[in-house]
Design a protein around this ligand. Structure first.
Ligand code: NAD
Ligand code: UDP
Length: 344
């Protein structure tokens, strides 16, 4: 998949790629920011792709260019309810879950069910089909960490009784289910603890920091920094992350423990705001708003395990990734009809 100059997604499928074994790949959450790009990659590699999504935070516009592809199928479904698929399924990427705090806090009980029952339903399908299943876990399993960087062995500091708990605890419980299905039933699994990832195809309205800042800057609105902006995040460009997710799925690991995936470059939120202002050339101001409850103060992945197991390291510098994301947001803004047709 490539982005044309006008930032439209192009799937190179004129000549069918020669694949040693054509797989059927299920991507739950396949209409979302990361899922849609994964679907595009798998199509381009010659596989059959089933995208299952309830369009809660995903957008039809992310998958519109894929819909006419004969190896692509979209199924509108909520992963909280069990599902069946006819025929073989070789790989399942379980990405279904809102990732933006304001979105996952809108209906916290449903978010918790999405993580837990969604994981269970993906694992049941994997068990029935003999498929390998990947879980999109999160750095949120470390909560508001007391150590930095965070290695996989760190058990975290999560509030079970706060607004972020529906997501953090849901993802933690999902990891437990993955562990138990692997040990009890021999289901092949891989688990990535994904740190903040950004890039083209994010929903500009989704409320996460990178999409908010770029959207605000391009509209000439104030950039809303929560708290003092001294809290840190490590931002990974989506292409880098997707390379690692695919490598993890292909890895034959007899003891598949969770692996951190992210870019260890650490920035304060205020630094990010200033970068976005500079790169967009906006006249916007930075304004300070209340820090949400339980907002983690620091986040930086220790990626030694990913380096060793996958030979992977992120390549895209924050400024380069931001430039590409800004271009994509600009192109979306130039298509007002499509913007208003963005599906919720
Ligand atoms: P996203 O919100 O863009 O995509 C999530 C997709 O899941 C959407 O298409 C949404 O409609 C779908 N979905 C949500 N609930 C569903 C349900 N009950 N049934 C079916 N579909 C459902 O988010 P994203 O950034 O693409 O994240 C993808 C996955 O990666 C999520 O599981 C998220 O928790 C995880 N993750 C992402 C990041 C990140 O920084 N992007 C970090 C850590 C973990
Ligand atoms: N944030 C901010 N302004 C915004 C959105 C988010 O300052 O408009 C902050 C948020 O409080 C957090 C960081 O940016 O400290 C990252 O927020 P995001 O929602 O992207 O993800 P999180 O890592 O908190 O899940």
């Amino acid at each position: 998949m490539t982005l044309r100059n006008d930032n439209k997604r192009v799937i190179h499928a004129k000549a069918e790629p020669l694949v040693p074994m054509r797989k059927t790949v299920l991507v739950t959450g396949g209409a979302g920011f990361l899922g849609s790009q994964l679907c595009a990659r798998k199509l381009e590699q010659g596989h059959q792709v089933v995208c299952l999504d309830n369009l809660q935070t995903g957008r039809m516009r992310n998958i519109t260019p894929l819909m006419s592809h004969r190896r692509f199928r979209f199924v509108e479904h909520d992963v909280v309810a069990p599902y069946q698929l006819k025929g073989p399924v070789h790989q399942i990427f379980n990405l279904a879950c809102p990732a933006s705090p304001p979105k996952y806090q809108l209906d916290p009980i449903h978010t918790f069910k999405t993580s837990v029952m969604g994981a269970m339903n993906a694992l049941e399908l994997a068990r029935e089909k003999g498929a390998k299943v990947f879980q999109a876990s999160t750095s949120e399993v470390y909560g508001d960490p007391e150590i930095s960087p965070q290695p996989e062995g760190y058990r975290g500091c999560v509030n079970t009784f706060g607004p972020r708990a529906c997501y953090d605890e849901g993802k933690r419980a999902a990891e437990t289910l993955f562990y138990d299905y692997h040990h009890r039933y021999g289901v092949q699994i891989s688990i990535a603890r994904i740190f903040n990832t950004y890039g083209p195809f994010m929903d500009p309205q989704d409320g996460r920091v990178v999409s908010n800042f770029i959207n605000q800057a391009l509209r000439g609105e104030d950039l809303t920094v929560y708290g003092s902006g001294a809290q840190t995040r490590s931002f990974c460009y989506a292409d880098d992350l997707l390379d690692a997710i695919e490598a993890l799925m292909e890895l034959n690991d007899p003891s598949p423990a969770p692996v951190n995936l992210g870019n260890p470059g650490e920035f304060t939120v205020l630094e990010l705001a200033k970068k976005v202002c500079r790169l967009t050339g906006t006249g916007s101001q930075v304004v300070f708003r209340e820090l949400p409850q339980d907002d983690p103060q620091q986040r930086k992945p220790d990626i030694s395990a990913a380096r060793t197991k996958l030979g992977w390291r992120p390549k895209v510098r924050l400024e380069d990734g931001l430039r590409r994301t800004i271009r994509h947001f600009q192109a979306e803004m130039a298509e007002p009809d499509q913007m208003s047709a963005a599906v919720r």
